[in-house]
Design a binder for this molecule. Structure first.
Ligand code: AMP
Ligand code: ZN
Ligand code: ZN
Length: 327
């Protein structure tokens, strides 16, 4: 197989575009795809400050790499989720990447901020781990971006991620989520920073190829909680279709964006947002879901600490701690 640009030996095939590239031409094509996504969807411009949410995995470090190479003002934000060895390695990969490029990396350490990692938050708040984790990510990305004056938050969701989420939402008939699914989520509230997904045109195997060709060192392990997750099953199903019908994922997602989503949007009511009474972040409720979760957890952790010290001194009923603090 030959590179479509220079006829040298091809290293990466992109079947859905009927193309193959040598290493240098693949890197050129890849960056052009990201740039096209940024411009076409008007995600941000050269003057905007972009906060890239980096997990330490290939997709987010590749995104950060491309944005820095293109001269965008991109800083990284890593959340240490407190998931043992996996989180420690993930943070180290982000730090090493930032150091090599002299780029700014912000880190929020969830266990030291909230007393426990996302698994502990989930357990104490009675949620499943991935839901506590997703909630924490959405909340902290926005809060850090706001507090530090960033114009936009960029996540590394790729074509495989978006197609799998779309398929899941279609199967479940989740209309609210379908209306919101987009490469650009414009802010509908002064406290909500816009969110963008510059890799939405790029398949996961292409970010892997980019990472290898650029020598980007990333954490290989997936989050231990994602094992057996439904999202992986949906990805497998789409990969099966893609194998015999290249372009299926792209057609599914792009046709949704171009044809179906405008109809859904036209038929839907805008969601009214207000400020959380405790933290000021945008929410549909009085107190946002993140404050409710962390306050419940703080309350439980306090009663755990107070319990042994007071044992034997007071009747059990007098032991309940003070009410939850505002976040
Ligand atoms: P996920 O929720 O794992 O599907 O990740 C979605 C996006 O969130 C990724 O593409 C990253 O941009 C970002 N992300 C995931 N994990 C982290 C993390 N620990 N810290 C910062 N950003 C993250
Ligand atoms: Zn070439
Ligand atoms: Zn709140």
């Amino acid at each position: 197989m030959r590179c479509v640009k220079c006829k040298a030996q091809a290293q990466v095939e992109v079947r859905r575009h009927h193309a193959a590239f040598c290493g240098p031409h693949f890197l050129e094509w890849f960056e052009a795809q990201v740039e096209r996504a940024v411009r076409r969807e008007r995600m941000f411009g050269p003057q905007d400050r972009v906060l890239v949410a980096v997990s330490g995995g290939k997709d987010s470090l590749v995104l950060w790499d491309v944005l820095l190479r293109r001269g965008y003002r991109a800083s990284g934000l890593h959340l240490n989720l407190g998931i043992g060895e996996y989180s420690q390695q993930s943070q180290e990969k982000c730090e090493a990447f930032a150091r090599q490029r002299g780029a700014e990396l912000l880190v929020v350490d969830i266990p030291s901020e909230y007393g426990v990692g996302v698994e502990g938050l989930a357990e104490l708040a009675g949620r499943v781990a991935c839901s506590a984790c997703g909630l924490s990510k959405r909340y902290l990305f926005n809060r850090v971006a706001r507090e530090r004056g960033f114009d936009v938050v960029a996540t590394a969701h790729n074509l495989d991620d978006e197609a799998a989420v779309l398929l899941g939402n279609l199967i479940a008939g989740n209309v609210d989520a379908l209306v919101r699914q987009s490469p650009v989520l414009d802010s509908g509230h002064p406290g909500l920073v816009r969110k963008v997904k510059p890799l939405y045109r790029i398949a996961e195997r292409e970010t892997a190829a980019y990472a290898v060709l650029r020598g980007i060192d990333y954490v290989l392990d997936e989050c231990p909680n994602s094992v057996g997750a439904r999202s992986l099953l949906l990805k497998e199903a789409l990969n099966l279709l893609e194998r015999d019908a290249p372009g299926t994922k792209q057609s599914l997602y792009w046709n949704f964006l171009e044809k179906l989503r405008p109809l859904l949007r036209a038929a839907s009511e805008p969601v009214a947002l207000r400020s959380c009474l405790h933290c000021g972040q945008p929410t549909t409720a009085e107190v946002c879901a993140f404050c409710r979760m962390t306050e419940r957890v703080a309350h439980k952790l306090r009663s755990r600490v107070v319990a042994p010290a007071q044992a034997g001194r007071e009747p059990v009923g007098a032991r309940s701690g003070p009410g939850p603090d505002p976040a």
